[in-house]
Write a protein that binds this ligand. Structure first.
Ligand SMILES: NC(=O)C1=CN([C@@H]2O[C@H](COP(=O)(O)OP(=O)(O)OC[C@H]3O[C@@H](n4cnc5c(N)ncnc54)[C@H](O)[C@@H]3O)[C@@H](O)[C@H]2O)C=CC1
Ligand SMILES: O=C(O)[C@@H]1CCC=N1
Length: 264
């Protein structure tokens, strides 16, 4: 399976690295287009894949084509490649808001389309992707693309009605988690810990807590209770977090994120 990326910024680079490292696809079976000479030189040097100066070259070469440009460029890129896409190719989108219906209207109703939402932890092969497809993509093709995407983390098929929710819970949420880590580290710095050490302690606490949720299968509330000793330190922190509306802030932020995605 030959894989192409139109646009090669943060997300595409992370995904390409994962795919190459998995050895499911060789560098010779991958291509990416980029607009500037500087980006083309960087992709070629860092990833060793074929680099195209035009999006047509990607369409000409690949069986599976990831549209990895920002949502505001989707319309223009689709108009550019629409006539060149063959019915046996699969278009994979990674932008929020662009529904299968919106995409089929522009790409053509006869085109195979998979709509996904990845996230930047793909850079360290700990990504989380939600994906859905139109009826022209077979179950076997979906499975093949899913396996490719699992080379940079986890991937799960969801109904299209949940893709906007995926943006809030995993597509955008790394940003909230980074803010949480930064805030915890700021507090540690305020109490005298060197900054680099503070980031390490805060990030490892988040990593370990996430692993506990995934690996124990226990309820997050029960895991929280295990940390809170009666009359101890943690319950004091929990009391202040509740007073400051932490849960509500996260829920409202995530709902604003999902709402924005639906409007895009
Ligand atoms: N950054 C993130 O955390 C996530 C991003 N996404 C989505 O992934 C997509 C890409 O986002 P990023 O990688 O963050 O953006 P980016 O800005 O890092 O990369 C986009 C690349 O596309 C190139 N580009 C723009 N117009 C082009 C054209 N006409 N032809 C070829 N290349 C073109 C740009 O020069 C740039 O290198 C977006 O749709 C975004 O919404 C999805 C999930 C997470
Ligand atoms: O902020 C955004 O619009 C993109 C989509 C999910 C993460 N970043």
């Amino acid at each position: 399976m030959k894989i192409g990326f139109i646009g090669c910024g943060n997300m595409a680079t992370a995904m390409i690295r994962g795919i190459l490292d998995s050895k499911k696809v060789t560098a010779g079976e991958m291509i990416a287009s980029a607009k500037s000479d500087a980006t083309r030189e960087k992709i070629s040097r860092e990833l060793g894949i074929c680099v195209a100066g035009t999006n047509s070259e990607v369409v000409d070469f690949a069986d599976v084509i990831f549209l990895a440009v920002k949502p505001q460029y989707y319309e223009e890129v689709i108009a550019e490649i629409r006539e060149e896409i063959r019915q046996d190719q699969i278009i994979v989108t990674i932008a929020p808001g662009k529904t299968l219906h919106w995409l089929a209207e522009r790409l053509g109703e006869d085109k195979k389309i998979i709509r996904t939402m990845p996230n930047t932890p793909a850079m360290v092969k700990e990504g989380m992707m939600g994906m859905c497809k139109n009826e022209l993509v077979t179950e076997e093709e979906m499975q093949q693309v899913k396996e490719i995407c699992e080379s940079f983390g986890k991937a799960e098929v969801v109904p299209e009605s949940l893709i906007d929710v995926v943006v809030g819970v995993s597509g955008s949420s790394p940003a909230y988690v980074f803010m949480f880590i930064e805030a915890m580290a700021d507090a540690a710095v305020a109490d005298g810990m060197p900054r680099a050490q503070a980031y390490k302690f805060a990030a490892q606490a988040v990593l370990g807590s996430a692993k506990m949720v995934l690996e124990t299968g226990m309820h997050p509330g029960a895991l929280k209770d295990m940390v809170c000793s009666p009359g101890g330190t943690t319950i004091e922190a929990v009391r202040v977090l509740e007073e400051k509306g932490m849960r509500s802030a996260v829920i409202e932020a995530s709902k604003a994120c999902v709402k924005k995605g639906r409007e895009m």
